[in-house]
Design a protein around this ligand. Structure first.
Ligand code: FAD
Ligand code: NAI
Length: 490
């Protein structure tokens, strides 16, 4: 036993040291040139976005084969599954981000990164217009030429055009959103504490409303309730009892992507946790202090202090503008792609992945975007060989040699298989240290719920974290909260 323990400690130490070394040391990257040593041109691959799809592509891509340019207004990758834990401080924001630079310096070939937003894509001239994030005298706008373009710009929160949402609600999609929600919650608590218990303004300030019973809304409402019951109750016992968490969902049930047994379990638990769950309740309008809901043809006004809006996705402006340029793009739900992730109307040069796309059966999840990115990395490896053969064909005169190269090229083209999504299941945190899991392993389905599933949820997310550094920070955050509780400052 002593020998085995010693060996496992040594193995663990070696693994941690290796990971730490690998993550803190940039790789020696080969400088990129316009041509390869045989004189063939190195094609330019422009990747838009640094989210799940684009980063998965980048991590798996042989970057020595292309001039790789990444354009994104966000110079980090964000691990979204743990974002709902951040506004209340269960997880620190820094623990779930990874700088783009640390990712691009671990690729085998050089990668150029622009902290900029793509404004417009012209599929005819194969150019992308980009604009720097920085404004003022260092701001720039420029056109980038591409041979291949991967659009992975994600989506923006949808409001369905409901009046007042943009002006008054907070979303939960990016880091600044989480910071905004935290500030509002903490400020409201402090302001309410200065008012007398029977002041209606105090009641309003302490009413936290979440709209949308999808996983984002449910996970955030659950985290908020945990914070109030587990931490705020210790420091402000009276006030914490007055806090109301309301969750509005337009459909007859929440968490539609899960099996009925699981969403029923979740609904029962949310009610037990004293979350005011209002199903069949559609929010019709929003103003600065109240929302108007409609339930069974009955309109009701509900005052709120903080409003979090999580009703799903809508295409970004750059995706809309690309759709408007191509006749084949006739859906308003996202960029239409074929089964090889090629953009309809620009199949030879543009690919689109993740939340910015619409393809039946593929949902806007990290799991889909991640697998699409991996798939494209393999496609680009093959595509490079195909392009090399095309160049050779152009440069030889002998017709039998041309025929031989053409056969080789056709074979390679046929080897590019269509993208096949492997659904591994869905997980969601539902509060009070309980989670649900709808798992798919091969043909079998497994449905789990409860406290053990919470540990499974935690371990799965630790494994899924992008880097070892993220894994350590997230694990330490969980440990810190279980020992010291959450922090209540802004
Ligand atoms: P994103 O990850 O959103 O990345 C888009 C990138 O494009 C960003 O870097 C952005 O800055 C950049 N960008 C935006 N505009 C431009 C532009 N004009 N030009 C260039 N770049 C641009 N899915 C799961 O499977 N499991 C989960 O547990 C889960 N939890 C989630 C929790 C929350 C709170 C949220 C909001 C989503 C969650 N999702 C989850 C969904 C998942 O995050 C998305 O499906 C996934 O992020 C999609 O990846 P993407 O690469 O398409 O887009
Ligand atoms: P969603 O699209 O999954 O859910 C939005 C919900 O809002 C729907 O149930 C809809 O009926 C409701 N809604 C719409 N308009 C409304 C209104 N006016 N009033 C009341 N309710 C209204 O959106 P969400 O949660 O933002 O997720 C986006 C994507 O990210 C989804 O594909 C989801 O699967 C994925 N995701 C996955 C997670 C996980 O697997 N744990 C966590 C978070 C997101």
């Amino acid at each position: 036993i002593a020998k085995a323990s010693l060996l496992s400690v040594l193995a663990g130490t070696a693994y941690v040291s290796y990971e730490l070394y690998r993550e803190s040391n940039p790789s020696a990257q080969k400088p990129q040139g316009a041509v390869f040593s045989d004189g063939s041109p190195r094609k330019t691959l422009v990747i838009l976005g640094t989210g799940w799809g684009s980063i998965s592509l980048l991590k798996n891509l042989d970057t020595t084969l292309y001039n790789v340019i990444v354009v994104s207004p966000r110079n980090y990758f964000l691990f979204t599954p743990l974002l709902p834990s951040t506004p209340v401080g269960t997880i620190e924001l820094k623990s779930i981000v990874e700088p783009v630079r640390s990712i691009t310096r671990r690729t085998p070939g050089e990668v150029v990164y622009y902290e900029a937003e793509a404004l417009d894509v012209d599929p005819r001239t194969k150019t992308v217009k980009i604009k720097s994030v920085e404004s003022g005298e260092h701001a720039y706008e420029m056109d980038l030429n591409y041979d291949y373009l991967v659009v992975g710009v994600g989506a923006q929160p949808t409001t369905f055009g409901i009046p007042g949402v943009f002006e008054h609600a907070s979303f939960l999609k990016e880091i600044p959103d989480a910071q905004d929600i935290r500030t509002k919650i903490m400020n409201n608590i402090e302001r309410a504490a200065t008012l007398s218990p029977n002041d209606p303004e105090r009641k309003r300030l302490l009413s936290f409303v979440v709209v949308g019973g999808g996983p984002t809304g449910v996970e955030f409402a659950a985290e908020l309730r945990d914070y109030v019951d587990q931490d705020l109750s210790k420091w402000m016992p009276e006030l914490s009892k007055e806090i109301k968490v309301v969750l509005c969902e337009a459909l007859p049930n929440i968490l539609n992507m899960f099996d009925k047994s699981l969403w029923k379990y979740a609904q029962d638990l949310l009610k037990e946790e004293k979350i005011d769950l209002r199903i069949n309740t559609m929010v019709k309008s929003v103003d600065a202090t109240q929302i108007t809901t409609k339930c069974n043809d009955k309109l009701e006004e509900l005052p709120y202090g903080v409003l979090v809006w999580a009703t799903g996705n809508a295409p970004r402006d750059v995706s809309n503008s690309l759709m408007n340029k191509l006749e084949e793009q006739n859906s308003r739900r996202g960029l239409l792609i074929n089964n090889k992730l090629q953009l309809l109307g620009a199949e030879d040069s543009i690919f689109a992945i993740g939340d910015c796309t619409f393809y039946p059966g593929l949902f806007p999840t990290a799991q889909v975007a991640h697998q699409e990115g991996e798939y494209l990395a393999h496609v680009f490896k093959k595509q490079h060989k195909i392009d090399q053969l095309s160049w050779q064909i152009q440069n030889v005169r002998d017709s039998s040699e041309i025929a031989r190269l053409q056969t080789k090229k056709d074979k390679l083209n046929a080897q590019i298989k269509q993208f096949e999504y492997q659904h591994q299941g869905a997980l969601a945190y539902i509060g009070s240290e309980k989670a649900i899991a709808d798992l798919a392993i091969g043909e079998s389905k497994y449905r789990l719920a409860g406290s053990w599933t919470f540990w499974f949820w935690k371990s799965s997310y630790l494994v899924m974290c992008l880097t070892f550094r993220n894994r350590v920070l997230v694990a330490l955050d969980w440990l810190k909260v279980s020992v010291l509780g959450r922090d209540s400052s802004v």
